[in-house]
Design a protein around this ligand. Structure first.
Ligand code: NAD
Length: 290
C-alpha cells in the first residue's frame, strides 16, 4: 500500500518504521525535522495525503488533529482511509469522521495502548471505531503495528474504549497506592499485602502486573525509581479526556473526577511531572490525613 504518516514522534516514528519494514511505501510528514528509517519525508501534510491508500495520523491532541484533517481530507483520493491513532476527545474523533465521510473517504479512530515499547516492538493494541469497511482496510496495518485490534463500534467508539479503560486504570492505581500507604501505617509488610490482595478480591492490573511498591510483585517502574513507563502527565491527559466526555454525555463519574483532581495536583503542584503514574505511592507515603 501507499501509506501517508503524519506525526512521527515517540509513537508515530517507530510505527511508521515498522510499516516500511513490512514492505509498504511510507511517506511521512512532521512539523519537527525528523528522519525515520525507510520513510520518505514530504514538505506538507497535503503532499503526504495525495495518492495514499491510507493516511495515518499520530498527533498530540484533538485540536491539532482537526487542523491536520482539514488540510489532508481535500487532498485524499476517494475511497482512501484516514486512520487516526492519536488519543483525542470523542467529539473531535466524531467531527473528523463526519468530515471524512462527507468527502467519500473511509475513516477509523484507532487509539492505542502499549506505549513506546509497544510501538517499537509492533505489539500495540488498537481500539477502533468506524464502519466495517474502514476497519477491514486498516486491519492489515494494525496487524503489522500491533498484536491485537478490537473493532469497538462506529466512529468515536475506539476513543470511548480508550478513555473508559484509562479512567479505570487511574482510579485503581490511586486506590492501590493509598491502600499500600495505609498498610504501611498499620505496620503491615508490603510483600504480605501484595500476597493477599493480588490473590483476593482487591486484585487488579495496577496491583498484580504493575505493582507501585518497589521490590514487590513483577518488575515495574517502581523498581526503576518511577521512571515512566506510563507518565503521570499522560494519565492526566486521558483522565481529562474522560471527564470532558462525561460532561458532554451527561455521565456521573465521581471517581474519575477525583482521579483527575489528584493527578492534576500531582503533576502541576507536586513532583509528579516526568514520573511514572504509579509514583502516587511515594506521594501518599509522605502524607497524613490533613
Ligand atoms: P510526541 O509529542 O512524541 O509526537 C507527536 C508528534 O506530532 C511530534 O513529532 C510533533 O512534532 C508532531 N506534530 C505536532 N503537530 C503537528 C502538525 N500540525 N503536523 C504534523 N506533525 C505535528 O507524542 P507521542 O508520545 O508520539 O504521542 C502521540 C499520541 O499518542 C498522543 O495522542 C498520545 O496521547 C498517544 N499515546 C501516547 C503513548 C505514549 O506512551 N507516548 C501511549 C499511548 C497513546
Amino acid at each position: 500500500m501507499n501509506i501517508g504518516f503524519i506525526g512521527l514522534g515517540n509513537m508515530g516514528g517507530p510505527m511508521a518504521a515498522n510499516l516500511a519494514k513490512a514492505g509498504h511505501v511510507v511517506t511521512g510528514f512532521d512539523m519537527a525535522d525528523v528522519s525515520i528509517e525507510g520513510v520518505k519525508m514530504a514538505e506538507t501534510a497535503a503532499e503526504v495525503a495525495k495518492g495514499a491508500d491510507v493516511v495515518i495520523t499520530m498527533l498530540p491532541n484533538g485540536n491539532i488533529l482537526r487542523a491536520v484533517a482539514g488540510d489532508i481530507i481535500p487532498a485524499m483520493s476517494q475511497g482512501a482511509a484516514l486512520v487516526d491513532c492519536s488519543t483525542v476527545d470523542v467529539d473531535s474523533a466524531r467531527a473528523v469522521a463526519q468530515q471524512a465521510s462527507d468527502a467519500n473517504l473511509l475513516s477509523v479512530d484507532a487509539p492505542v495502548s502499549g506505549g513506546i515499547g509497544g510501538a517499537a516492538g509492533g505489539t500495540l493494541t488498537f481500539m477502533a471505531g468506524g464502519s466495517p469497511a474502514a476497519f477491514a482496510k486498516a486491519e492489515p496495518l494494525f496487524d503489522i503495528m500491533g498484536q491485537k485490534a478490537v473493532h469497538c463500534g462506529d466512529a468515536g467508539a475506539g476513543q470511548a474504549a480508550k478513555i473508559c479503560n484509562n479512567m479505570v486504570l487511574g482510579v485503581t492505581m490511586i486506590a492501590t497506592c493509598e491502600a499500600f500507604a495505609l498498610a504501611d501505617k498499620l505496620g503491615l509488610d508490603r510483600q504480605k499485602m501484595f500476597d493477599v490482595v493480588s490473590t483476593s478480591s482487591g486484585y487488579s492490573w495496577s496491583m498484580n502486573a504493575y505493582c507501585p511498591a518497589p521490590g514487590v510483585g513483577p518488575q515495574s517502574p517502581a523498581d526503576n525509581d518511577y521512571q515512566p513507563g506510563f507518565a503521570a502527565d499522560l494519565m492526566l491527559k486521558d483522565l481529562r479526556l474522560s471527564q470532558q466526555a462525561a460532561e458532554s454525555a451527561d455521565a456521573d463519574t465521581p471517581m474519575g473526577e477525583l482521579a483527575q483532581a489528584l493527578y492534576t495536583q500531582f503533576v502541576e503542584s507536586e513532583d509528579g511531572q516526568g514520573k511514572d503514574f504509579s509514583a502516587m505511592l511515594p506521594r501518599f507515603e509522605k502524607r497524613g490525613r490533613s
